[in-house]
Design a protein around this ligand. Structure first.
Ligand code: ATP
Ligand code: MG
Ligand code: MG
Ligand code: MG
Length: 482
């Protein structure tokens, strides 16, 4: 079943159950606490907190999401994309646990001939918050699940809140058992983070009002909400790879064509070597994310969203180099990703001229950076190796990392990544203190100039900000989400 079809079935199913279909919000998060939209519920936060009244009692969407927090997992786990789509159904003071569990069970087990996804009910496992007896009873009543396939877990995985005063409540997650080929049997110690049991859907029951204070292990509960909400999120790509009989989400119809194009460009075969497979998956994931992010109006820059985008594009280019492709790669890959995504997002085709020219210009600029700095980095790396001697851990000096940054425009994360590939660490602390020194000097210079009568400081610090690569802010985004 194609991903676009799974998406359509979702919307049709919930529209058929009185949910209003709400189009995806932009990837540029409507909620200021995160750079990107990280979950389907983000556009609905004001309705969940009661700050605004929802115009509908029930809603459904397929939300475009970006989670940079998952970037290091991409290509290595079977299930994490930086870009993905979260199918959601939402109740604003309307149905609660029984409705949420009932709809979820119906849609995943309903036959494909009858508009459902047709999962084998005997291979569905769920988790619940350990004292949510109501949910446990409902899973037995609605789905007939036996005790052993209902796992009771704690607050760290199965409780949602915004982290401050506001709505909170237990979660229940739905897993699909991929079978013994992917890991050991279930039982009480079932490994839910492994490959065998795949999390496909999270149901959040916003039941309580929590108070301020406390932490992940516990916080004050002020009472039951008068208007209880349902927020759910299903990973579209995860369902797609199961229904398409694939091993992981990089092999679905919306992503794999890019891997096939990388095979053609590099002359390497996907499946032949793990390192190369990971690189191919990274390229396919990042190209798709970049396509979608640029489509939503972000441009590469040295901070915030623009820096995340820059990093995704640069990582794609570097992975292609490691696969042996030195020529510009994006012009061969972006059209492939466009064709794979246009069924659900026609704007990536109609706006392709603009989107692709931004990406290609970034690749060209990065190739120039690499051309000027790579030899310097390689020399520093081999020097670090020989001075470490046998058995020692080679460390590249902070001054060298600083020179690469200052003279050749190598951001520190690039130096870190490229050094790590050769088994070399970087003295990041020394690098940071050199950066601080430089900033202090620049500030002092600016002050001196200002006192000289002409106030050019504002312009100088502005241009310094634009040229100095900054921290990868994406990592600081909140994960409080579905
Ligand atoms: P995981 O534990 O696998 O990282 P999660 O618990 O962080 O997932 P949720 O925050 O519960 O995920 O998001 C709801 C659903 O969105 C998940 O059940 C999953 O199907 C999907 N999902 C989450 N993160 C990703 C991702 N990086 N790529 C693809 N799908 C995702
Ligand atoms: Mg996660
Ligand atoms: Mg999880
Ligand atoms: Mg989850």
């Amino acid at each position: 079943m194609r991903t676009a079809e799974i998406r359509k079935r979702w919307l049709d199913y919930f529209a058929g159950h009185d949910h209003t279909v709400v189009p995806s919000a932009s990837l540029v998060s409507p909620d200021p606490s995160t750079l990107f939209t990280i979950a389907g519920m983000v556009p609905f936060i004001p309705y969940m907190t009661g700050e605004q009244t929802a115009p509908w009692a029930r809603a459904t969407s397929v939300q475009k999401c970006v989670r940079t927090l998952d970037i290091d997992d991409v290509g290595k786990t079977t299930r994490h994309g930086t870009f993905f789509q979260m199918n959601g159904n939402f109740s604003f003071g309307d149905y609660f646990k029984e409705g949420a569990i009932g709809h979820a069970w119906d849609l995943i087990t309903r036959s494909q001939d009858d508009g459902g996804y047709g999962f084998d009910p005997d291979r569905i496992w769920v988790t619940v918050y350990h004292d949510d007896d109501e949910a446990i009873e409902l899973w037995k009543k609605v789905a007939g699940l036996p005790n052993e396939r209902i796992q009771r877990l704690g607050m760290d995985t199965n409780y949602w809140s915004t982290g401050a005063r506001g709505p909170a409540g237990p979660c229940s997650e739905i897993f699909f058992d991929r079978g013994p080929a992917y890991g050991p049997d279930g039982g009480p110690a079932v490994d839910l983070a492994g490959d065998r049991f795949l999390e496909i859907w999270n149901l959040v029951f916003m039941q309580y009002e929590r108070g301020d204070g406390g932490d992940k292990s516990g916080f004050p509960i002020l009472g039951e909400l008068t208007k209880k909400n349902i927020d759910t999120g299903m990973g579209l790509e995860r369902v797609a790879f199961l229904l398409q009989g694939k091993d992981n989400l990089y092999e679905i119809d919306e992503v794999f064509p890019v891997i096939a194009a990388v095979e053609a460009l590099s002359g390497k075969t996907y499946g032949a070597a793990l390192d190369d497979d990971v690189r191919m998956r990274v390229v396919a994931d990042h190209v798709r994310s970049a396509l979608m992010i640029i489509s939503d109006g972000v441009r590469p820059s040295n901070e915030g969203r623009g820096y995340v985008l820059r990093r995704l594009l640069r990582r794609s280019v570097r992975a292609m180099r490691l696969l042996g492709v030195d020529d510009p790669a994006l012009p061969a890959l972006f059209p492939v990703s466009r064709d794979a995504m246009a069924a659900s997002y026609p704007e990536v085709a109609t706006d392709f001229e603009r989107i692709s020219s931004i990406a290609y210009a970034e690749e060209d600029a990065f190739r120039r950076t690499l051309a000027s700095g790579t030899t310097i980095l390689d020399t520093a790396v081999s020097r670090a190796k020989s001075s470490a001697g046998t058995g020692g851990v080679p460390v590249l000096g902070g001054d060298q990392a600083f020179a690469l940054h200052d003279t050749y425009g190598f951001p520190i994360d690039l130096t870190l990544e490229m050094a790590a590939e050769q088994g070399v660490q970087v003295d990041e602390k020394a690098f940071r203190s050199l950066m601080t020194e430089q900033r202090t000097r620049a500030r002092a210079d600016a002050l001196a100039k200002r006192s000289g009568g002409v106030d050019t400081a504002a312009y100088e610090s502005l241009s310094a900000d634009l040229s100095a690569p900054v921290e990868f802010l994406g990592y600081t985004e909140s994960t409080a989400s579905v």
